[in-house]
Design a protein around this ligand. Structure first.
Ligand code: FE2
Length: 469
């Protein structure tokens, strides 16, 4: 049903840095689109391109596939309980297409299908020494992150969109942790979509553009090193597709890969399971390894605590979408939480308390301190609340991590430094939820940690909201 991956769309905070980055790493032709604050990096004359628009998320916002069977795709989406919606005239035109169909995949990413983009004629010869190998096989590939199971992604990409399963991989990442990765193909390209089950807060893990040969990869690597673009993985070869590639960290803090010589899918292809990322190479600097470890630990803890956000698939199964409005913590609710937390402390005859309530962005909404409270307590209360939002762990979970993973203490120390000492690994910092969505956090400090936490919970309950510790 789908012929190829033709474009990807990213929302990025800094368009200027991205323009510089794309030109250095890939040397691509850049074109302003007819939308405000948006540009395209044009890869070839067949319509393969990457679209960047200004926004806050620094994440992928859409993937575009080319297909001449949009009606079939619509039927399959609807019969498998996924949304199928036709794009407006403006949206369709902006994709240089006659028809545009949209859906949402299990991680909540917009997937678009266009009937034709070959009339696209913006390509001009770039001023670089890389040669790309896109065309009929598509742009390259995109690897996504999420908390849903690989089976959920298979149900969408393989069972519903009829993509082939290329391989699975379960690499070990250290600290006894493994990662589940699945790869899907739409044509002979080994994979156009891959998915790693890890929740990092971003849907994108990395995107790749395919070059004609290893010399193009080597030249790109040399150019990135010279421009001091941070290398996330040095040159190496993957075991499943035999691709030679390297990865860099881009201005939105996810990764871009430049690769070549991927094995093509044959008619008699059988999906296999692999247990490693690389045959050789792809070494990471220490900082990158720490980022992976932090993400995995966060994910595993969230799995254990059941605090992974509810998935769009589940919501679709229930035939409803969570309302996005009403997700902000209101001032009167925050004041009620703080007042009730202190009232609880008085009722239980606890030590003088400090309470801070922050919203889902970590901004202080209200802070209350009782008379005779120790000087340092308001700062501790703020740290307990901010740490929930900043690292995604309640201060109780953080306390547990310090004890359970002593090998990670140097990493935790660095998280503390990066957060400007706003992480307090001691109970009392609790998430505030409304309808399963985190809307903020409260931190209490004054007495023993368990008592502080009891005050936080009493405050949240008094405001008719839910808590998670
Ligand atoms: Fe890749």
């Amino acid at each position: 049903m789908i012929s190829r991956l033709i474009y990807t769309v990213y929302e990025v905070k800094n368009l200027i840095r991205w323009k510089r980055f794309i030109h250095t790493m890939y040397g691509l032709t850049l074109k302003e689109t007819n939308q405000n604050n948006e540009f395209e990096a044009v890869v070839d004359s067949t319509g393969c391109r990457i679209i960047f628009r200004e926004g806050k998320t620094d994440d992928i916002v859409a993937i575009g596939f080319e297909s001449n069977s949009l009606d079939k795709i619509e039927n399959s989406l609807v019969s498998n309980n996924f949304i199928a919606e036709w794009g407006s005239e403006i949206e369709t035109k902006s994709r240089y297409s006659n028809k545009l169909l949209k859906t949402i995949d299990p991680i909540g990413l917009q997937i678009e299908f266009v009937d034709v983009s070959k009339s696209y004629n913006l390509y001009t010869e770039p001023d670089h020494d890389l040669e790309f190998d896109c065309g009929d096989l598509g742009l390259g590939h995109v690897t996504l992150n999420g908390s849903v199971s690989p089976e959920d992604m298979r149900y969408f990409y393989a069972d519903t969109l009829c993509m082939g399963l290329s391989d699975c991989n379960e690499p070990t990442l250290g600290f006894g942790m493994t990662l589940d990765v699945v790869f899907f193909h739409t044509n002979k390209r080994h994979h156009s979509i891959a998915y790693a089950q890890i929740w990092t807060g971003k849907k994108i893990n990395h995107f790749q553009i395919e070059c004609v040969d290893r010399n193009s990869v080597g030249l790109g690597y040399k150019r990135c090193k010279k421009a001091k673009i941070p290398i996330a993985h040095s040159v190496g070869v993957h075991p499943n597709d035999n691709q030679i590639s390297f990865y860099v960290r881009n201005p939105s803090a996810f990764q871009c890969e430049l690769g070549a010589e991927s094995t093509e899918i044959k008619d008699n292809h059988e999906a296999k399971k692999f247990y490693g990322i690389s045959v050789w190479g792809h070494e990471s600097p220490l900082m990158q390894t720490l980022i992976y470890a932090k993400n995995m630990i966060r994910y595993k803890i969230k799995m254990k605590l059941g605090t992974i956000p509810k998935t769009p698939t589940k919501l679709l199964e229930e035939k409803k979408i969570m309302p996005k409005e009403n997700t902000k913590l209101k001032l009167d609710e925050a004041v009620r939480i703080a007042t009730a937390a202190i009232a609880h402390a008085r009722k239980e005859n606890m030590e003088p308390m400090a309470v801070t309530v922050v919203d889902a962005a970590g901004t202080i909404i209200t802070s209350q301190t009782e008379e005779n409270c120790a000087l340092i307590r308001p700062d501790i209360a703020y740290g307990k609340a901010w740490g929930c939002i900043g690292l995604g762990f309640s201060s109780r979970a953080l306390h547990g991590l310090y004890g359970a993973l002593p090998d990670m203490n140097p990493a935790f120390d660095s998280f503390g430094a990066i957060s400007k000492n706003r992480l307090v690994p001691s109970p009392g910092g609790v998430f505030i939820l409304r309808d399963n969505e985190v809307v903020g956090a409260v931190g209490v400090s004054g007495d023993m940690p368990d008592k502080d936490e009891a005050c936080s919970i009493a405050g949240i309950k008094a405001a008719n909201l839910q808590y998670r510790k």
